[in-house]
Design a protein around this ligand. Structure first.
Ligand code: P71
Length: 467
């Protein structure tokens, strides 16, 4: 079946509310047109993120009741450690409250000022944590990743030529580790192939540089490997994951994605000295090593979630639901990033709103229009999130892609709600000329997208007359 139906039924429901356009317009004005500032109860379909928004299973909720809230040596920690070891295979398992703490602990331990961390594409928290150490966060994904129409099975792959050039240019001492983000979120949720992982491994090994995975969406990446790399067609997701992580030296993970939990993360690695230093820092800032900023019940939910996410029926439905939304849009001519990624559909805002200039923030304008007209919340992944000011000229440097991401929470929305989203976006596309641009009026020095404020620009005369 092209779009498999849900391999679960619904036991508990949470009512959601429709709002009026007037109400949404008022809320937007109060929020300074920043969708992060809109109360979730006034959102009808919330596609802001797939992070921490999953519906847990009855099995996970049952596990929550078995939380052992002992300060040291909680039973749930051992379950969690066992689950992580059985999939990822690294010696040390260090729980954290979410992914960015795992990143912070890793980078503050091994990255020094003047160093460089190459990645296919750093996610924003990863980039911020690398840069926070005074180091350079370098994106080295294959160049096709920046062409929204280019159809490749593994558009998250590392550009090995540029990686080797970088290592030769900087010297291995300035590169404490190389990372691979699976799937590559900032590049459209695109997978990395096993072949590319193997080759990356072989390359960094020659220079004795460790390889780490940003493993947030590892199960979705493994599903794509099974689907698209012929030799893995009959291999289980678990076996694919085991092989994949076997090529690395460690990983950071936000379990709020493929851990199927609402909070949690971890760091897992082989290096003894790094693990010791990280654990000492963990105790200082996060908690004792057998709970790492989480409750025992959270660790249990994570242990169970990590096993559930490997279920192929689940993954087939999951990837299929995202594909369903993408294909409805694509068939109607709405410009989206191809191929459709694992956790989200990305609208190509420059192509959707060709009448807006880059400085009019097309992706921000499109995200706002979707909320104002239909109560659907996506997230801007473009100039607001990734644009930079050139220090010398004061000019904005625009990112390669200007997108609105519609991230699909796991096991949360029915296909009817997904159909509503598709129909809304198609309807809006037919009257896209009526959408005006925006201007930023406030920005914080780091991670500005969370708190920035905006002002709507007047609709241009040519737009008003429908030209
Ligand atoms: C996503 C998020 C969560 C998010 C973060 C910032 C703004 C809006 C939403 C988080 C990731 C991620 C990757 C590849 C590390 C983190 C941090 N993604 N790596 O996509 O995608 O994890 O949120 O648990 O700290 O919406 P954390």
């Amino acid at each position: 079946m092209k779009f498999p139906s849900e391999p679960f039924k619904i036991k508990v429901i949470e009512p959601i509310r429709r709002t009026t356009r007037e109400e949404r317009d008022r809320l937007l004005r109060q929020a300074g047109y920043n969708l992060f500032q809109i109360p979730a109860k006034s959102v009808y379909v919330d596609l802001l993120t797939d992070s921490g928004t999953a519906a847990m299973s009855d099995n996970q909720w049952a596990g929550m009741m078995l939380g052992d809230e002992s300060y040291a040596g909680s039973e749930n920690y051992y379950h969690f450690e066992e689950a992580v070891r059985s999939i990822f295979g690294y010696r040390h398992v260090i729980p954290t409250h979410q992914g960015r703490m795992a990143e912070n602990l890793l980078f503050s331990t091994v990255v020094k000022s003047g160093m460089c961390v190459p990645n296919n594409i750093h996610f924003d928290t990863t980039r911020a944590n690398v840069e926070h150490q005074g180091a350079d966060a370098l994106d080295l994904v294959i160049k096709e990743a920046y062409d929204p129409r280019c159809e490749l099975p593994f558009k998250g792959n590392m550009d090995l030529v540029r990686l080797e050039e970088t290592i030769n240019r900087l010297g291995r001492d300035r590169i404490p580790l190389v990372m691979l983000t699976i799937t590559n979120n900032s590049g459209g949720g695109q997978p990395v192939s096993m072949e590319n992982i193997r080759q990356t491994r072989a390359l960094v090994k020659r220079y004795h540089i460790p390889l780490f995975f940003d493993a947030c969406r590892f199960a979705e990446n493994c599903f794509f490997i099974k689907e698209r790399e012929a030799e893995y067609a009959d291999t289980s997701i678990l076996a694919i994951a085991q092989e994949l992580f076997g090529y690395g030296d460690g990983c950071t993970m936000s379990a709020k994605k493929d851990g199927l939990v609402n909070i949690g993360g971890f760091l897992s690695l082989n290096n003894e000295q790094w693990a010791r230093d990280i654990t000492n820092m963990l105790i200082l800032v996060e908690g004792f090593p057998t709970y790492g900023g989480l409750a025992g019940r959270d660790l249990e939910a994570m242990a169970r979630g990590l096993r559930e996410v490997l279920d192929e029926d689940y993954l087939r439905f999951r990837i299929g639901q995202v594909r369903y939304l993408g294909e409805l849009l694509d068939t109607a001519g709405v410009p989206i990033l191809r191929p459709i990624g694992g956790h989200a559909v990305y609208l190509d805002a420059r192509a959707y709103l060709p009448h807006l200039r880059p400085e009019e923030l097309p992706a921000q304008a499109l995200a706002i229009a979707l909320y104002r007209e239909y109560g659907i919340r996506g997230v801007e992944i473009g100039t607001v999130m990734f644009g930079k000011k050139d220090q010398a000229t004061g000019r904005t440097v625009y990112p390669e892609l200007e997108m609105v991401r519609l991230a699909i929470p796991r096991r949360v929305y029915t296909n009817m709600q997904i159909t509503y989203v598709a129909e809304s976006i198609i309807e809006l596309y037919r009257r896209r000329e009526s959408i005006a641009g925006f201007r930023m009026t406030y920005e914080a020095p780091v991670l500005r997208h969370f708190t920035a404020r905006f002002e709507e620009l007047p609709v241009r005369t040519s737009q008003r007359s429908g030209l």
